[in-house]
Design a protein around this ligand. Sequence first.
Ligand SMILES: Nc1ncnc2c1ncn2[C@@H]1O[C@H](COP(=O)(O)OP(=O)(O)OP(=O)(O)O)[C@@H](O)[C@H]1O
Ligand SMILES: [Mg+2]
Length: 311
Amino acid sequence: MSTMHPSDKELSLAPRAASDEEEVLDESTNGTGPLNRVKRNIPEPPLLSSHGPAKVIALCNQKGGVGKTTSTINLGAALTEYGRRVLIVDFDPQGALSVGLGMPAHLLEKTIYNVIIERSITINDAIMRTSVENMDLLPSNIDLSAAEVQLVAEVGREHTLVRALRPVIDVYDYILIDCQPSLGLLTVNALAAADGVLIPLECEYFSMRGVALLTDTIEKVRERLNPKLEITGIVPTMYDPRTVHSREVMARVVERFGDVVFDAVINRTVRFPETTVAGAPITVWAPRSAGAKAYRLLAREVIAREVVAAR
Ligand SMILES: Nc1ncnc2c1ncn2[C@@H]1O[C@H](COP(=O)(O)OP(=O)(O)OP(=O)(O)O)[C@@H](O)[C@H]1O
Ligand SMILES: [Mg+2]
């Protein structure tokens, strides 16, 4: 394993230009890679001659701070580089996805909250363009926290999101839903709307323990609400090749979950918090960085695993 790694620098709050010079070649991406298994041959994604229907993927893990929002932004942006049209859905009242793309979340008048609660507002009223071409955002803010309570009394409360997304299914190739860190009603709505679940898994011991609970919930949603739901894959995040702990956790993850684990592994680097300050995906802000490359590989793998669900 490599001991060379971009050193953690002090997090400055002013956005600064990215320099690729500090980026060192991570040897763990060569040979068998950090997963310690033979790397798969991931084909170049086929070009698309038309768009839609979208594959809906929920990025889900009830553990906080594991890279759901970061992965939504960067996977979304990487998918657009392969000619895909992407809608990213902020389904967390924290609004981090919206803020991470430079949207003034608290000032927004129409968010996903209005779309799911007010019948008169359609999804197209709330969708916003982002700075990334072909990646649109359905924003959210703290208003969404009220929805969980309001929805409880609704008929078909678990299917509110799937109904809201329906008008734009044919417009996009991928709809990525950034879930909040809980397994409550909002997350169940996301799972009921999804074809696949993508689980960002922090390379840390306690993270692995939570996955059993998550897969249990996924199983229940599949049985009771959404038979087409499957696990698209597990993406290891916050991997630090310098620590024995990270490597041990990774070995256990691969042993336990096997081929479900993507080849793409996201290293721990301060560049991700920095991109949030810059309000741009890493694929745009530091396009040659290891992080950008990892999210491009993830995008290729997601496309390769695609099974277009019959609608
Ligand atoms: N690979 C990484 N290396 C280092 N820091 C990262 C990495 N990915 C994300 N981060 C940082 O970790 C923090 C949490 O990431 P993120 O917001 O994506 O997680 P989350 O799972 O969406 O959190 P929450 O559960 O609160 O919604 C953020 O400050 C983010 O910039
Ligand atoms: Mg988040």
